[in-house]
Design a protein around this ligand. Sequence first.
Ligand SMILES: Cc1cc2nc3c(=O)[nH]c(=O)nc-3n(C[C@H](O)[C@H](O)[C@H](O)COP(=O)(O)OP(=O)(O)OC[C@H]3O[C@@H](n4cnc5c(N)ncnc54)[C@H](O)[C@@H]3O)c2cc1C
Length: 247
Amino acid sequence: MQVKRQTNGPKTEAPGAAASPETETIVADICVIGGGPGGLSVAAAGAAFGRKVVLVERHKMGGDCLNYGCIPSKALLAAGKRAHAMRTAAVFGISGIDPEIDPRAVHNHVHGVIAAIAPNDSVERFTGFGVRVIPAAARFIDKSTIVAGEYRIKARRFVLATGSAPLVPPIPGLDSVPYFTNETIFDNQQRLHESYGIVDHTNDVLHELARAETAVLRAESGERGIVGLAGGVLHEGQSIIAVRHKE
Ligand SMILES: Cc1cc2nc3c(=O)[nH]c(=O)nc-3n(C[C@H](O)[C@H](O)[C@H](O)COP(=O)(O)OP(=O)(O)OC[C@H]3O[C@@H](n4cnc5c(N)ncnc54)[C@H](O)[C@@H]3O)c2cc1C
């Protein structure tokens, strides 16, 4: 499938549009913004129906799911479950052992799983479907036109599949301690010991936290939404009001 190209863009700029650095205008039936699972599904389906589809992704194909969500988290969970099974094998009559964990090797396992799945979401695969993939950030300049990198893209329909980003809650003191989000935790290659609390706003579950070594989360009764921990005890339905280095 070929998309129609116009090498000379419109002469008039939309109000508020920046000076035009783009060199090519692409006209398509569907322009999908975001190459995560949502955008990829729509792009593949549109191309399968013979539509002219352009997909714009500003960062990594596969979006959160492949790179910062479903895939790395399940790979990490698999490693954790294996270690747990080794520790608790005694119930099956097998000597339990405390496995030695190499954080760098676990990191490599996680990224190996991502790399194995990445071809499914790749530019090459979607290009093969007939989707024109543009690796750039999209922004609208009018209701039927976006600019992405050096391209101007006009489409009958736009699909916004731009996903989400982690929210760092405005907890006093949080900036004074190291913390991870789902966009950074899977790049970690160091042992965390028992110094991190995990706040999972989506599931209302605080998965795991042992005694804090570098940081302490202080919790107080409060609104539901963020689960807090004090002194290693789970307290659902509480709000974290502060985080500070352990004294
Ligand atoms: C830790 C974790 C574990 C998860 N586990 C699971 C699971 O087991 N099962 C499950 O079903 N879901 C899981 N999810 C949720 C899943 O990751 C999301 O539901 C899914 O990624 C959403 O897909 P999406 O296409 O809507 O958005 P995203 O995957 O967020 O993709 C959006 C894409 O849009 C791009 N983008 C944004 N703005 C622009 C722009 N202006 N121009 C160009 N591109 C842009 C971004 O770079 C991104 O690649 C998990 C999420 C997390 C964080």
